[in-house]
Design a protein. Structure first.
Length: 327
């Protein structure tokens, strides 16, 4: 993957985004020190990326670490209803990565229900009762190969290994006990879902805990993997305007090796093993249609064990991690 080039992002923008993917709560001073620029320059670029490229830093629960179910949904809908249904799904707190695909007749959506009741409410209740939804395919995610805490733009190699190591957060060793998010953590998470860079004093006010207690609990949650801090931004502004979902069928014995290979491809932003007729789902981000063809016929096509690939280009992205209506 080459460093993205666009009219919005220059080389320093890509470096800053890469740094935030490594540690989204790193201070502007630390980022500036690693990149060799002033903290004022980093702060100014951060504000511009927020205003012009939709950059946001948000906290995410890691469902795989927490042992919670996640599903990929494919909804075939009447064409005139897909935007309305996609927007309704986007407003739900248990959805992400929603896109209109197949010329606007299909919605692709990831769901991460907190409880079996939430899952049943959506798949057995609301969606089947929606007249414009003609078909629903739900595939459970079994194993993540790429995505989640690992970033995509950092794959460009804009940061060298020493810079990544200098930015990597130094959390205490991951505890042996199973990662958990307790009910008393919810006020902390509520603030971080709005602003993943919120300071300790703001977190202290929201939780009623002492600043030292907030620091310890946040460090423990991040170290356990139950919580991670992610970034979202408009991929199109990075010069990578084409996004597609790939539904990949493999030889059974090649499932893991193909998934591991996908995680090393610069075009792949997310990859996971799934239930259902395909064995893997992946999201690829490329410059244009020609680049998509080059990836399908090149790095993906050369993988041993791949039997079939269905490609679903996205017409429009409705939601990444958060929903902002009218985009």
């Amino acid at each position: 993957m080459q460093t993205p080039k666009s009219d919005t992002f220059d080389e320093l923008d890509v470096l800053i985004l890469s740094a935030l993917e490594v540690d989204a709560r790193a201070s502007f001073a630390r980022i500036g020190q690693v990149l060799g620029v002033s903290d004022q320059t980093v702060a100014r670029r951060y504000r511009r990326l927020t205003a012009e490229a939709g950059l946001r830093v948000v906290a995410r629960r890691d469902a795989f670490v927490l042992g919670q179910d996640q599903w990929m949904l494919r909804l075939r809908c009447a064409p005139d209803s897909t935007p309305v249904i996609a927007d309704a799904l986007a407003k739900r707190p248990d959805t992400s990565w929603i896109g209109l695909a197949s010329g606007g007749t299909e919605i692709v959506c990831m769901t991460h229900p907190r409880s079996p009741g939430d899952h049943d409410d959506l798949l057995l209740g609301k969606l089947p009762r929606t007249p414009s939804v003609m078909e629903v395919h739900a595939q459970q995610l079994l194993h993540r190969f790429d995505g989640g805490p690992s970033g995509w733009i950092v794959k460009s190699g804009a940061l060298d290994a020493d810079q990544v190591a200098a930015l990597r957060p130094r959390h205490p060793a991951r505890p042996a006990a199973q990662a958990r998010i307790e009910p008393e953590d919810e006020p902390l998470l509520a603030v971080l879902r709005r602003d993943g860079r919120a300071g300790h004093q703001e977190l202290q006010r929201a939780t009623g805990r002492s600043e030292s207690a907030v620091k310890r609990r946040l460090a423990a949650l991040l170290a356990s993997g139950a919580l991670y801090i992610d970034i979202e931004y408009d991929y199109e502004r990075s010069g990578q305007a084409r996004t597609a979902a790939l539904w990949i069928t493999t030889e059974p014995a090649a499932l893991h090796s193909v998934g591991e290979a996908l995680s090393g491809h610069g075009e792949v932003a997310f990859a996971a093993a799934t239930t259902g007729p395909s064995h893997l789902v992946a999201t690829v981000v490329v410059r244009d249609t020609a680049s998509l063809y080059a990836y399908l016929s090149g790095p993906l096509g050369r993988l041993d064990g791949v039997r079939h690939v269905e490609t679903t280009p996205f017409l429009r992205r409705v939601k990444q991690l958060t929903y902002r209506g009218g985009r």
